[in-house]
Design a protein around this ligand. Sequence first.
Ligand code: IVH
Length: 670
Amino acid sequence: MERLKEARREIEALRERILYHDYRYYVLDSPEIADAEYDQLMRQLRKLEAAYPELVTPDSPTQRVGGVPLAGFGQVEHYIPLLSLDNATTQAELWDFDQRVRRRWAGEPLTYVVEPKIDGLAVSLTYEAGVFTRGATRGDGERGEDITQNLRTIASVPLRLRGERLPSVLEVRGEAYMDRRDFDELNRWRGEHGEPLFANPRNAAAGSLRQLDPKVTASRHLNVFFYALGYHEGLELETHWQVLQYFKSIGLRVSPLIQCCPDMKAVWEYCEKMQAQREALTYDIDGVVVKVDNLGAQAMLGATGKSPRWAIAFKYPAEEATTVVEDIIVQVGRTGALTPLAILQPVEVAGSTVSRATLHNADILKAKDVRVGDTVIIRKAGDVIPEIVKPVESKRTGREQIFALPDHCPVCNAEVQRLPGEAVTRCVGTACPAQLMEGLVHFASRGAMEIEGMGPALIDQLVEAGLVKDPADIYYLDPEKLRQLPRMGAKSVENLMTAIEASQARPLARVVFALGIRLVGEAAARELAAHFGSMERLIAASREELQTVPLVGDKIAESIITFMEEPQNQRVIRRLAEAGVTMSEAGKTDTVEPGPLLGKTVVLTGTLEKYSRQEAAELVRSLGGKVTASVSRSTDYVIAGANPGSKRRRAEELAIPILGETDLDRWLKE
Ligand code: IVH
């Protein structure tokens, strides 16, 4: 007997604490304890209740998801009808409302309370002696559906109110809604599981509350803001503002954005402020509700038909519209990501004209099943970029065309690749103009080729001027052309050329990293360089061999193979080699070999007979020399083969000795 009494005391104390922390979290939005600590309290309570099942009460916080799925909802009759609101869409209509109110109120002082109009669904909740006993939808205003079980699962709905001397009966009204993020997540999940999508968060909230199985509702992350007093016994309050403050004090969540307004000017300012804030909120609002503050005035003003004379809804333009998909195109971003984009028949949404909407990626495209020719619902909420919610399937004629992402890049025609576990499809061509910038910035960056002074601004200039179309072009830059770029003096050009030359000597690992092969980071690049010893062997490596390299799993191996198979990438590597960039561990020019060419800078041009360009470059390096791609005043020799072109001309202009292949052989003998 003593133990039972003790357990009862302990259980009661735990429930009080949990109620308090719910209040801090949901009402004050200022939790005092961490989630883990809160969970610990819940666990303790569950454990005790399991040991003393006779002490479990329906208002215990452990009893949110109880009961069995229903066969159907019961009907409830509202104590007082739930009215709807008249709308205003212009400033003039708001002023008219104010005039009507003041005329009827006969010049007595009057203030308003303004609140965001939450775009969810109206619910009515009844508390008897502080305990939640009945919850209902609005229904036709007179009668609604009994959704008590489902409302119990909403964490921000208290099962028991806080405080002493609570009214014997208290009916409160509020809006149940779903955060946009939870809506997006729910729809993504439904798409992936082949279930129909919800058109907007309001429909999702309504659908979730009309679930016959409360476990489903519990999984949906709904929320409630309370905004009105319904039927009550034993409560004396004078203003709506006091009602809302009272709500908060007993643990009912009230919008933090409510405000008192002395006049219509202040009301209008609030409407504009909310509209500007609208997209930053985590949930949808469709306007502002303006209410006469004085409850006596409210009673005196009464209602007409279905709406009260003491309140009005100022409605914002809809964030949703219906239009037709005229085409679906694919955009390639700077990182090579392919994004499907719907071209729409222009339509007005939330005050602006929308003619395109993103479809994000292949998965979302498939889940939403948007086809060219479809009539679709579009939404502009939260983000600036409008989104297609879903097609209106009932409007299909059968002539709509299914769209899938292409397997070649629409910009450069290189292959596209989607790695396992990733949502993004990417173009793998390094020379793809759409992703050139990104690749070049990486190439020249600190951990890669480390070309001093070559940051995004300069790279932008070079790409813009058409001087660089792939990373190899950097080594073939013509100093004369660089001089013509804005803000490029003789000194800057010289510094840049020196920095580019210095980068040729970076070790193989850095070169491999600089290529920007997807998933190949610095560490993997080091392992690859150490294992293969040369770019040539890395290019020729099989998937199996790649996978034996530390840090290289099947995804990385796959990515390397795709990269190396791309002819554009092969060309870039070949030209890098020809320009004298390190291509093997042995050919590291970090340590200069002593030899007859020590300290000399050599440029190769034209076709040699005995050696490939790469072999010749390595030969020069083994003789102690340095190979660069372009002729400048610091060039010591130019070795020219057949059809030498402009480099030879430039050497002649600068009076630089022009040698042939035989000189290479001669030095070799030395
Ligand atoms: S007061 C008699 N306040 O808007 C007045 N309604 O079109 C009852 N709503 O059915 C409503 N936010 O579902 C009020 N702060 C708010 C509201 C709000 C959303 C909804 C509510 C109502 C509808 C009226």
